[in-house]
Design a protein around this ligand. Structure first.
Ligand code: NAD
Length: 260
């Protein structure tokens, strides 16, 4: 159970982040949710977390490409709940283009969101976690933190960076009761994956069906998508006492993708 724990999950208005936020709440944690989207839809999700699980939930619209807003998000969560015990760095975007055509401003944005945001958020939660001698820091990395695919240069670079940041933070926090890990899903059926299908169709000159079966699921030996609830269950496990000696790890949940 995560009763008495307060969590921040970045990028939790959709997909994997929302599933993690709900799974933490189900275990009794209060959660700060964050991300973009339709204001009414976000308020519906936030109040549903409170109603479904009897915890408190706060929404922050912080733009995680902006260091000041990240640090303000952590401050707000600490003020609202008294502590941040669990941080999940999950907000992320993708862009698919060959390197020579990859818009430099999208390179910068993806590095800012998928990598630097985790640095700023981790830096902001460390003092409180160290003082309380307990903390869980989890980042949603990707199979692309271990292997590459063509046309995803910024994403693959950022996710490899998350692997290095995770190991470094784990070493710095090892004696403070704070574990730092990343989870590396293969293809999870979420809006992020759905949105890259048209670009992959263009980049590789394929149909939608071909992209799903010959590009996406081709990478995954099980030939099945990972579910958001499976990723969330792993995040919950990492927050338990049973996981207190798991730190600095990059845990695959990818249907065998990175075994090949
Ligand atoms: P998603 O698009 O469903 O969710 C992304 C979330 O990030 C949304 O809540 C969105 O509003 C938020 N977000 C986007 N830009 C933001 C910003 N500037 N500031 C704050 N929030 C912002 O995608 P998802 O598939 O759930 O992806 C979540 C994470 O999982 C990402 O880091 C992604 O790289 C990673 N991941 C996804 C898959 C997959 O197959 N879906 C696989 C491996 C890793």
């Amino acid at each position: 159970t995560l009763k008495t724990r307060n969590a921040i999950v970045t990028g939790s208005t959709s997909g994997i982040g929302l599933a993690i936020a709900r799974a933490f709440a189900e275990q009794g944690a209060n959660v700060t949710i964050n991300g973009f989207g339709d204001a009414d839809a976000i308020e519906t999700e936030r109040s549903k977390i409170e109603k479904d699980f009897g915890v408190k939930s706060v929404y922050s619209p912080a733009d995680l490409t902006k260091p000041d807003e990240i640090r303000a998000l952590v401050n707000e969560a600490e003020t609202a709940f008294g502590s941040v015990d669990i941080l999940v760095n999950n907000a992320g975007i993708q862009h698919v283009d060959p390197i020579e055509k990859f818009p430099p401003e999208l390179w910068d944005k993806i590095i800012a969101l998928n990598l630097s945001a985790a640095f700023h958020a981790i830096a902001a939660v460390i003092p409180g976690m160290k003082a309380r001698k307990w903390g869980r820091i989890i980042s949603t990395a990707s199979a692309h933190s271990k292997v590459a695919s063509p046309f995803k240069s910024a994403y693959v670079s950022a996710k490899h960076g998350i692997d290095g940041l995770t190991k470094t933070a784990a070493l710095e926090l090892a004696t403070f009761g704070v574990t730092v890990n990343c989870i590396s899903p293969g293809y999870v059926w979420t809006p992020l994956v759905e949105r890259q299908i048209p670009d992959t169709m263009k980049a590789r000159n394929l149909t939608r069906e071909q992209v799903i079966h010959d590009v996406l699921l081709a990478a995954q030996p099980t030939k099945e998508f990972v579910t958001v609830d499976q990723v969330a269950a792993l995040a919950v496990f990492l927050c338990t006492d049973a996981a207190s000696q798991i730190t600095g790890a990059n845990l695959s949940i990818d249907g065998g993708w990175t075994a090949e």
